[in-house]
Design a protein around this ligand. Sequence first.
Ligand code: ADP
Ligand code: MG
Ligand code: ZN
Length: 472
Amino acid sequence: MNYELVIGLETHVELSTESKIFCSCGGHSSPKEPNDCVCPACSGMPGMLPVMNKRVVELAVTAGLMLNCEISRYTTFDKKNYYYPDLPCAYQITQLNHPICTNGLVNLKTSAGSRDIRIKQIHMEEDAGKLVHEGKFSFVDFNRTSVPLIEIVTQPDFRSAEEVVAYLTKLKSMFRSSGISECEEGAMRCDVNISVRPEGSEEFGVRTEIKNMSSLEAIEKAIRYESQRHMDALEFETEELVQETRRFDDVSGKTFAMRNKETEADYRYFPDANIMPIIIDDEWLEQIKSAKPVAVDEKAEGYREAGISEKEIEMIISNFKISKLLDDTIALGCNAKDSAVWILTDCAGILRKDGKTLNELEVTAEQLSAIIKMVDSGDINRTAGRKILIAVIEDGVDPVQYCKEQGLDRKVDMSAIEAVIDEVIAANPTAVADYKGGKEKALQAIFGACMRQLKGAGDPATIKATLVQKLK
Ligand code: ADP
Ligand code: MG
Ligand code: ZN
């Protein structure tokens, strides 16, 4: 018999906030050493109260807008109770009754064509701590407790591992390009729910949930193994399928039962009376909407229309810092394709000489656009522009002021250029004679002398043409 694969995902994403969700400890990227970022609140000291981080709500709403969700105007938190050493309060603050976003939709392009995946909901919650096991000892690191997460729950709409990978890849670039999350290793974790059913059947089969997967490669392998296990169970009655939670072992490539699937009642959910319901009024929603970055697809399309290449688009979209710099530079009136070249070729090249990458770029859109505009207006040539860019990147100089100080902005009228050329021709009789005698190379020496005297001012092509003209 032929079987159809049915998959639903629960994806946890650590948000890139500066502080945790309910206290002022540093957020996800702050800690250096274990238990660096811990306070009485996030380590579960009795009587400490949570204070909501407004930014978390804004990022969750932004994610919801990007995933075409309805945004709840009234949203509340609940306590999910369970006991585990990495959970100091013995409950996790999460959302059950009134999640922040519901009913979204993501479009995927795969080999099966265009597919829509429905988003059931997005909710906000706090992360748990981390257990570190060393020999017979176990340590608890609370740096991660109360780091803000959003959990994105899909309907069981995926029909292949390829669709799952396409979806997660799309979420990643969306969240990176909008500053919601860097989605680096471990910051995006997935629970994969799988069942199979005979092709053509409307009913869902028994599902199992593979917990806490973070690599796309492992997710693909786990889906392959688990779906085969389900099909074998149905086809050959090798075992009875039960709804349960499983873990994937990367070494053997197999999944193993962890525990029977817990139900909602197991967690004794109840409303968290310490956090007031959050009301998102029109004004706040409008504010979040206006700050919302354009969705990745639209953004890529915009870049494509501006003539930026696919490879460059990918580099830009996967890097929030760079995409923001480019967008801001364009917003300041610079040409899109041109600005992309300045960033991806010039800035990257200058950094590379120091063994650095674009992630370490410290240039503002104001600085960059000032340089591009001076070049575009013909005030300086591109070589001078690049020289200024180097000084901006390496020493943080003000581009306009630096240009003046270095005398790069001299608007050289033709008569000044001609005077310099005449001077150089007069001062280099030997080279001139060589050139006239047929030595093409001599021209380069004379031209070089002109450029030196002009200190990079003027357009090289025009200068060369004028020089050749005069030598004739
Ligand atoms: P629970 O509350 O038990 O976690 P949910 O209804 O919230 O259950 O579903 C959790 C995830 O499981 C969702 O992503 C959903 O799409 C997926 N899911 C539900 N039923 C199935 C099924 N039969 N096969 C595959 N995935 C499923
Ligand atoms: Mg669940
Ligand atoms: Zn804290």
